[in-house]
Ligand binder design. Structure first.
Ligand SMILES: Nc1ncnc2c1ncn2[C@@H]1O[C@H](COP(=O)(O)OP(=O)(O)OP(=O)(O)O)[C@@H](O)[C@H]1O
Ligand SMILES: [Mg+2]
Length: 404
């Protein structure tokens, strides 16, 4: 037995972590409190109070909107938890079902998710969307439940001309007993996507818009302080350092970025054997950090879309230019496809990818001509660091088995 090795291991085990609970910095963790979102939580409670005072006799349809990373999802999720708890205490069956439409991209998938939230054994295949709507109605009656459906990142569903909201609304109307068993909260960053909706759906939703405002610098400080107190040991992150991280976060206003910097700088402090996080750790923690939302977007991309994105990045790099044309991107794309043995997609598919990139906040485009034959767009990536984006895109392609 080699004792030297054992000692080394012991040394590592003895080293104390600077985290109290690392999982509380996870982007999807729902904290017990949400500083500066009291007003929104209280408004939601008022709007949905009727579900508790008059069970199954009213239905609400609300739209939550606001910029990225300002607590829309987490506030609605916490509200869902509160609503379920309060109703359980009064023996009223309210089920909260949160669906992310970026992950469940068709009405079919969303409906399956909703039904499975009521009955986990329900099979994934073998039904039509209409069947699924009927099953949903049947289950709501059978289990005597009112379901609060949250359609998060709703724009991903609307853009495909799906009329899920319309169909879901019909569940209440078609009901012979006039029971109201379904409410909806839609979450979108930007209201412009609503133009594709059915007129009556749009006017219902437009009457009930809850707009989340961006946090002020001081509010970001308070939020990050609360999250750091919750997850790190005492005195690991001083107010001065929190101030530094809030300033970094302020430019985008996306709280995810701040949480990510806290986590990374704490890991760096640990690796340096420090007892607390200093400015150098924060600087290093912020370096090379793509926004969490950007990484999240890359993670859900297929290899075709990733290759086209890489083509755009490379064309921008090559021209050492701020802007390129759709054609410049195409040329690069064909080269990449040939190199990695990928069958190129059609121009109109690539055009769709371009629109999706825009919606995903990766780039900006300016359309010069919309005609199918002479489609022209000017493309720029003003907000992201190109080398970082390129590195992450290549890594993602590598992880899918493509050698770049
Ligand atoms: N008031 C707050 N208190 C504590 N944490 C917060 C608060 N607001 C946001 N956060 C945290 O910031 C992160 C981003 O919030 P959230 O995911 O709700 O953003 P969003 O508005 O839904 O953004 P997007 O439009 O990109 O989906 C989450 O990890 C969330 O827990
Ligand atoms: Mg969200």
């Amino acid at each position: 037995m080699n004792y030297i090795h054992m000692e080394y291991f012991e040394e590592l085990l003895k080293r104390e972590s600077l985290f109290k609970d690392e999982s509380k910095l996870d982007i999807n963790y729902i904290p017990n409190e949400l500083p500066h979102r009291d007003k929104e939580l209280s408004l939601l409670s008022q709007l949905f109070l009727g579900l508790i005072t008059n069970p199954n006799s009213i239905s609400r349809k609300i739209l939550v909107t606001g910029k990225t990373g300002i607590g829309k999802t987490v506030t609605v999720k916490l509200f869902g938890k509160i609503l379920e708890n309060v109703s359980r205490k009064r023996s009223i069956n309210i089920k909260y079902a949160h669906v992310n439409c970026r992950k469940e991209r068709t009405s079919y998938k969303v409906l399956i998710k909703l039904i499975q939230s009521l009955d986990t054994r329900f099979p994934k295949r073998g039904y039509s969307s209409q069947d699924l709507l009927d099953v949903l109605i049947e289950f709501l009656h059978l289990y005597d439940i009112h379901i609060l459906v949250v359609l998060d990142e709703l724009s991903y569903l609307i853009n495909k001309h799906e009329d899920l909201i319309y169909s879901l609304t019909r569940i209440n109307d078609d009901n012979l007993k006039c029971d109201q068993r379904l409410s909806i909260i839609g979450i979108v960053r930007d209201l412009s996507c609503l133009n594709n909706l059915d007129n009556s759906t749009m006017s219902t939703l437009q009457r009930n818009i809850l707009e989340f405002k961006k946090y002020s610098d001081g509010q970001i400080f308070n939020i990050l302080k609360y999250r750091a107190d919750d997850s790190l040991k005492k005195n690991v992150l001083s107010d001065k350092m929190i101030k530094m991280i809030s300033e970094i976060t302020s430019s985008s206003g996306d709280v995810r970025h701040g949480l990510n910097v806290i986590w990374r700088s704490c890991k760096i402090a640990e690796s340096k054997n420090l007892k607390y996080i200093n400015a150098e750790c924060v600087r290093l923690g912020n370096q090379d950090l793509l926004h969490y939302s950007t990484l999240d977007v890359l993670e859900y991309m297929n290899s075709q879309k990733l290759s086209f994105l890489l083509a755009i990045i490379k064309a921008l790099n090559n021209h050492d230019n701020i802007k390129i044309s759709f054609n410049d991107a195409l040329k690069r794309y064909y080269m990449i496809c040939e190199n990695i043995g990928l069958k190129p997609r059609s121009n109109s598919q690539l055009w769709n990818y371009l629109q999706e990139f825009k919606r995903e906040n990766l780039l900006e485009t300016k359309i010069v001509s919309e005609k199918i034959k002479g489609r022209r767009a000017i493309i720029a990536i003003p907000d992201l660091s190109l080398p970082n984006l390129e590195r992450n895109t290549i890594e993602m392609l590598n992880s899918k088995g493509f050698k770049i």
